[in-house]
Design a protein around this ligand. Structure first.
Ligand code: ADP
Length: 192
């Protein structure tokens, strides 16, 4: 079983790449952002609880997020592997993920692929994306900037966690989609 983590700030292209790569390598794509949006759309209890955090551009509390992830991992336990997009986003989530993978699948993260993009490009990309989507957290520049702040304050440390385990590969996320897919694929192929 393969576990690939895609990592990077909001707007760095994790979702776009995870979709392409999950099809290419036949891995299940788990996006915590998509799962939250699905729950919000269907007005579940989890969706109601997560909504206010997401619409302000804050991280959802670890406990809610992790419960959702556990359900998703268990539901897909027959899979050949996963591409995680949007989890872990805090050091505590990274530690939890290690424990979960060990308990549920007796496996561990193969590699964390981190995409780096300058803040001003992130903001431009997300505003552009908002033209074609209904995401409230994409439409307002101050909310976007808050998400980027949350990334630097709480999420960026996750890269050190994987660096210490020699599992971090850092990549330039500013090229075109095909170039970035090729660079990520090269790294994933080392584990498949
Ligand atoms: P982006 O990466 O562009 O911010 P996502 O769709 O991955 O978009 O996430 C949207 C929102 O969902 C985040 O701003 C956050 O509020 C919430 N979220 C997603 N994943 C997590 C997580 N692992 N922990 C806490 N909150 C999360």
């Amino acid at each position: 079983m393969n576990i690939i983590v895609l990592f990077g700030p909001p707007g760095s292209g994790k979702g776009t790449q995870a979709k392409i790569l999950s099809e290419k390598f036949h891995l299940e794509h788990i996006s915590t952002g998509d799962l939250f949006r699905y729950n919000i759309k269907n007005n579940t209890k989890l969706g109601q609880e997560a909504q206010s955090y997401i619409n302000k551009g804050n991280l959802v509390p670890d406990e809610l997020t992790t419960e959702m992830l556990i359900d998703e991992l268990r539901r897909n336990s027959s899979q050949k592997g996963f591409i995680l997009d949007g989890y872990p986003r805090t050091k505590s989530q990274a530690e939890t993920l290690d424990k979960l993978l060990n308990t549920i699948f007796r496996t561990q993260v193969d590699v964390t692929l981190a995409l780096y993009v300058k803040d001003e490009i992130l903001v431009k990309r997300i505003l552009k994306r908002s033209e074609a989507s209904e995401r409230l957290d994409d439409a307002d520049e101050s909310i976007i900037r808050n998400r980027i702040n949350e990334y630097y304050e709480k999420t960026a440390v996750v890269s050190n966690y994987y660096k210490q385990q020699h599992k971090l590969v850092e990549l330039d996320g500013e090229g075109n989609i095909e170039e970035i897919t090729a660079a990520l694929s090269k790294e994933i192929e080392k584990f498949i």
